[in-house]
Write a protein that binds this ligand. Sequence first.
Ligand code: SF4
Length: 369
Amino acid sequence: MRAALLAHYDAHRREMPWRGETDPYRIWVSEVMLQQTRVETVRERYGPFLARFPTLRALAAATEAEVLKAWEGLGYYGRARNLRRAAIEVESFRGGRLPSTSPALRALPGFGPYTAAAVASIAFGEPTAVVDGNVVRAAARWLDEDRDLARAPARSRLEAAAQAVLDPARPGDWNQAVMDLGATICVPRNPQCLVCPVATWCRAHAAGREDRIPRRKRRKPVPHHDIAAALVWKDGQVLVGRRPSEGLLGGLYEFPGGKVEAGETLAAACAREVAEETGLAVEVVELFRTVEHAYTHFTITLHVFHARVRGGRLRATGVEDLRFVPTSALAELAFPRANRRVLDDLAAVGPPPWAAGAGNDGRRAGSVC
Ligand code: SF4
């Protein structure tokens, strides 16, 4: 089974910029990017990130804002913050060299079992199995395991099987080969058993049950929230604030706003949220853009209004670095994807005519964002 899968991997592996890489730092970056992010997205972003931070030392020397800006659009920003924290720790206390074993890697920020096993096996040849969703699905089918895979008995069995079947001579290639198999052939629906290199050893396939393994769970409905936010203009500048470092989208900039409460109009919610977050009373002038966006556990409709200041004094509550900035500065700041889509539209059409003022830099946003 090992020989068959590795021969298939050698002949058909997916070409990716990080395949064949030997620098542990670059392997680590690829594995962190690949968590919860599509390969196609990582393929585009891997090179530019490494061009910006070519070495672990360069990453450790960067500010959090610089790293978040380079990570913009990849989502799950905690990964970027932990990547930087771990780089600082390695640079400060470990002589700039990543530890070579998975237990030592797990002591660093952001290294869970998956990332530690992936980096230790691919970069350092440690014979430790990676267990991600693709591996679990393939192993469940090899063993015809039809119990709930979220529960300990089935999970332990699959982890033990993944470790037992790992090729100790080529652990990094083996792990990547199993992940490739799960991503391209042993896919969740309609696995391609006819072209599968390990079909001979697959019990679910032998029993004709590959479509029923793993057992499917009924998905819970995903909550949806309406969010009202404002482009608050003053003297041609727009108001932004940075979310606190910890938590969802931590360290990213955004426009003031928040959840629309039951019975509230969008404009009223927008004015209330701006007042609570910034201390400013605003006149909500017009709806600028509506954006649909999906996070892992909920979806949002983001309603973004143009608004102007009518009174109050700037006082940040629940945000940091609250300030008016010229539109030319927006490109330098890291925003969540939904906000970035609003900025792209703003760049195309520019601020409303009434928002122009002495504080702007005289150019349309379209020329600078
Ligand atoms: S034979 Fe089918 S179910 Fe079994 S590992 Fe291959 S693709 Fe997956």
